[in-house]
Design a protein around this ligand. Structure first.
Ligand code: F6R
Length: 616
């Protein structure tokens, strides 16, 4: 939520910052802005409402100097609508200082009162401008930007990443963070600050993670990190495990199309190096060792959105394999309901970005209550990974499209590894069954490739359905969270009312929604399912068909029983029930993407959304 980038160095600052914003635009695209200090030590700035292209066009008409110090921002609006005036940067010290911000300053109203009383005026409706004006006053008093920033951030409440520059201290970018992401890119004779490594990975893959409540000061040749009181701290070093190419479209029509196609690799890379001799090897569990895992009696998974649906899929598998009760809870509900936590409860936090504020706050709650936390995270060095006792990284590579796709399958794969590891530690599943399931899991990338190759009917289907106002999704057992995920994808990408239901729940109410022509996707379990879920879902299909529904079935190749009752069948390869979600989700992602395109919408940047939700 909001992308932030800062640069000091000898290269063209304007170009570097705009390229950085392009890579961060998925974090917010309501407005964008830039501030640069030129070689004569004058601050220049430009900002525009709307997508980054509006700023780029404005800069083409009125270019800024290339400069050697600067900051830039792409916004997801919180306080104040997406206008030119509310766009960042905001200014202090009579236009000599520029500041950008990600997060929410909760006590901004009271600080604004104080500044108004001092005679300041404000042009925007943002909380950010308050921080800029306050920083301007502090700088005027002490003439040192790092000191001024430390004084300011101590007074701020809420969540924030702040970057600032001042023309009287050129060659310096200062930053601070609390509960909001900020990383340092370490270059040679140049340094970067950004919300996300994507902004600078084209220049350096060597990075430093900044901890909670810390201030960073970069020049072209130095990096200094302190706490808010000015005590030096050592940032944690890491290398970005992918290069700039991985975060480019590479010939695909959209990042989403590319990321959907990368799903076989996302699963394979998440499994790679973690399976040996029929056992799971997880190297980064920290203090969540076998002894501790042997003693847990409950797992609570906290996650939001797509990550929570991946977790719901995994609940079925982990409970079946380990007999440990697993609850999946939306992170933002977790800490407000006074959950019962004991030392035997393991909290698992699942997050692609590793920065989702709701999930981070759920982790803090668990830690404060003495509970161990294991992160499942896709972003190296992210806050959620660092603040947890252990981490299982999903190796899906950078996910740039705002709607999550490859992260879902990678999260399911990672959680399955956790489940099978637990089963081995606790002896809840025979070794040969663990080995067999791992082999089946390793076969999934190839099967996902087969699904991707057999989605040719979907663009036509989406085209026919471009005017549809409502689509329902039904699933049973592990197909139920897949139905929820299919509905979420359609809502966010095609702005169509979409709902996912447990197929068995239909007759308890939702069947009233069925009227002639109502499209319903149904995830059909395998006919080989030992619990005979297949027959039950086929009955559900007949119930909705009898009321005129148009049935679009996702069913196993060779499932002839479903053919007479479906208007369209999208075939998926044979797989064990618990692994079927890795296949069944793919056509639903493709359908949502195609329908979005058929409606002429922006697949990668759907309205009102941002990739990394860093506000509560
Ligand atoms: C949906 C989507 C969101 C995220 C959710 C959690 O397509 O992208 O629902 O899944 O905001 O994000 P992470 O996984 O980064 O915590």
């Amino acid at each position: 939520m909001c992308g932030i980038v800062g640069y000091v160095g000898p290269n063209n600052t304007l170009e570097i910052l705009i390229a950085g914003l392009k890579r961060l635009e998925y974090r917010g695209y309501d407005s964008a802005g830039i501030a640069i200090i030129d070689d004569a030590n004058t601050l220049h700035s430009e900002k525009r409402a709307g997508k980054l292209v509006n700023l780029v066009t404005a800069l083409e008409q009125h270019p800024l100097p290339a400069g050697s110090t600067g900051i830039a921002h792409t916004r997801w609006a919180t306080h104040g609508g997406p206008t030119d005036t509310n766009a960042h940067p905001h200014y202090g010290d009579y236009g000599k200082l520029a500041l950008i911000h990600n997060g929410i300053i909760e006590n901004f109203a009271e600080l604004k009162e104080e500044l108004l009383a001092r005679g300041h005026t404000f042009s925007s409706e943002t909380d950010t401008e308050v921080a800029a004006v306050l920083l301007g006053d502090e700088f005027a008093a002490c003439h040192d930007l790092p000191t001024a920033l430390r004084n300011v951030v101590k007074r701020l409440e809420g969540a924030f990443t702040i970057l600032a520059v001042h023309q009287d201290q050129p060659g310096v970018v200062v930053g601070a963070r609390r509960n909001s992401p900020l990383v340092i890119g370490v270059g040679e004779g140049e340094n970067f600050l950004a919300s996300d490594v994507a902004a600078f990975v084209a220049h350096t893959r060597h990075a430093l993670a900044i901890g909670q409540d810390q201030v960073v000061v970069i020049t072209d040749t130095s990096i200094e990190v302190t706490d808010f009181d000015g005590n030096t701290v050592e940032p944690v070093e890491f290398d970005v495990p992918w290069d700039a190419k991985a975060a480019e479209k590479g010939g695909w029509s959209s990042f989403m199309a590319k990321e959907i196609s990368e799903q076989p690799d996302a699963i394979a890379n998440t499994l790679r190096g973690r399976i040996k001799d029929g056992r799971v090897m997880l190297g980064e569990l920290g203090t969540i060792d076998d002894e501790y895992l042997a003693g847990i009696n409950r797992i609570i998974v906290v996650a939001c959105g797509t990550a929570s649906y991946a977790s719901q899929v995994a609940k079925y598998a982990i409970e079946r394999w380990t007999r440990i009760p697993v609850e999946v809870e939306l992170s933002h509900e977790f800490r407000y309901r006074d959950p019962v936590l004991t030392p035997e409860t393991l909290v698992v936090a699942v997050s692609q970005s590793g920065e989702t504020m709701d999930t981070l706050m759920a982790i803090h709650y668990a830690l404060e209550n003495g509970t161990k936390v294991l992160a499942v995270c896709n972003t190296q060095g992210a806050t959620i990974a660092r603040e947890s006792h252990g981490v299982i990284y999903t190796h899906a590579g950078p996910e740039v499209a705002v709607a999550s796709t490859k992260a879902f399958v990678a999260q399911v794969a990672a959680l399955y590894l956790l489940g099978l590891h637990l089963a081995a530690v606790r002896g809840s599943l025979p070794d040969d069954e663990i080995a067999k399931t791992l082999t089946e899991l390793q076969a999934m990338p190839e099967k996902v490739t087969e699904v991707l190759a057999s989605t040719e009917s979907i663009p036509q289907l989406a085209h026919w359905m471009a005017d549809t106002r409502s689509v329902l999704f039904l699933g049973r057992h592990v197909g139920y969270p897949v139905a929820l995920e299919g509905a979420l994808k359609l809502k966010e990408l095609a702005y169509i009312h979409a709902e996912g239901f447990a197929a068995g729940e239909l007759k308890h109410g939702p069947i009233a929604l069925i009227e002639p022509g109502q499209p319903v996707f149904v995830i059909v379990p395998s006919p080989r399912n030992p619990q005979n879920l297949h027959a039950k879902v086929v009955s559900n299909i007949q119930e909705i068909r009898a009321r005129g529904a148009r049935v679009l079935a996702i069913a196993e190749i060779g499932d002839t029983a479903v053919l007479p009752f479906a208007d369209e069948v999208i075939p998926i390869p044979l797989a064990p029930t618990l692994l079927q979600p890795l296949l069944a989700v793919v056509p639903l992602q493709v359908f949502a993407m195609e329908l979005s395109q058929a409606k002429g919408l922006d697949v990668d940047q759907p309205r009102n959304l941002a990739k990394s939700v860093t506000v509560e």
